[in-house]
Write a protein that binds this ligand. Structure first.
Ligand code: PDD
Length: 285
């Protein structure tokens, strides 16, 4: 089946989907992005993702290149043209093409907009959720504004690769005080011995995940409470359960951290319930 991408106003066959070598996204990671889950052909939590995109754009001082409704139409068109039922849609906006210079181009360059979509292997993700994943910790050496969803993901890529090479599926990043910030591409959660959920508060040190935000509603509906605070690696090792959240994995149980077994080494009941309930609290567009 042919794949298509949206590039600066045109829907192109995937092999022709290209940006210029002097695109500032390519040169400086001067670009922001979003990833939205696609479920039964529909975008999950589009409104919240576009809200966050607007915050990211404002934070890097880039004006939205098109209206929200136009952007929504492009996202849906790319999903439809690629016949995605279950998968993801990816949107990236950069400060455009200009002579290589750190200062913003004057006059302003037209921002580059790219949208792609791809199917995810649901069976494989469900199998992974049924057994749970292993994570390994490593120092969080990212910049101080990871709340902005920029494409500057080199530290995340290095961390994920190191995790894979150690037989784990995700890295948990640890700040200089010994607290877990988040995963390389997901937010980190634990369930304490007394059954409380803990995830780091959303400041400049984590990406405020959309899945994380929606999960607060699912947690409340289960009569559970969340503490938004830093948690140390030792607290995570002793946790009853652990899991990560992201748009493409929703709630993914963690059963091993740095080789230590969490709980009984199987996905815990809270993570399992929240995974099952998640989409009742998400918005399907
Ligand atoms: N990752 N933290 C980081 C560093 C992330 O990259 C992501 C998302 C999250 C979770 O955010 P959300 O729930 O809004 O997906 C947290 C996306 C899926 C990615 O880069 O592929």
């Amino acid at each position: 089946m042919s794949r298509y991408a949206y590039v600066n106003g045109r829907y192109l066959p995937f092999r022709d989907a290209k940006v210029h070598v002097e695109d500032r996204g390519y040169q400086f990671a001067d670009a922001v992005y979003e990833v939205c889950e696609v479920r039964a052909g529909r975008l999950v939590d589009e409104r919240r993702h576009l809200d966050r995109l607007e915050r990211s754009l404002a934070a890097i001082r880039l004006r939205p290149p098109m209206s929200r409704s136009a952007l929504g139409m492009v996202l849906r068109e790319v999903v439809a043209r690629n016949r995605i039922r279950f998968g993801l849609v990816y949107l990236q906006i950069s400060r455009g093409v200009a002579r290589r210079d750190l200062a913003f181009p004057t006059p302003e360059a037209a921002p580059s907009i790219v949208v792609t979509a791809r199917a995810l292997n649901r069976t494989r993700i469900e199998a992974r959720a049924a057994t749970g994943i292993a994570v390994v910790s490593m120092p969080d050496n990212r910049w101080g504004r990871v709340d902005i969803k920029t494409v500057g993901l080199l530290p995340n890529a290095l961390a994920r690769q190191a995790a894979l090479e150690q037989g784990a599926h995700e890295a948990w990043l640890v700040d200089s005080s010994g607290a877990v910030t988040e995963g390389a591409s997901a937010n980190a959660w634990i369930v304490t011995r007394d059954g409380k959920l803990v995830t780091r508060h959303a400041d400049h040190a984590i990406l405020g995940g959309i899945t994380r935000g929606v999960l607060f509603d699912a947690v409340k509906a289960q009569g559970l409470t969340v503490e938004q605070r830093p948690f140390a690696l030792d607290e995570a090792y002793a946790a009853r359960e652990a899991f990560i959240t992201s748009a493409t994995q929703t709630v993914m149980p963690v059963v091993r951290i740095d080789g230590r077994t969490i709980g009984n080494g199987k996905p815990g009941p809270i993570a399992t319930t929240l995974r099952r309930e998640f989409h009742r609290f998400a918005e399907a567009g």
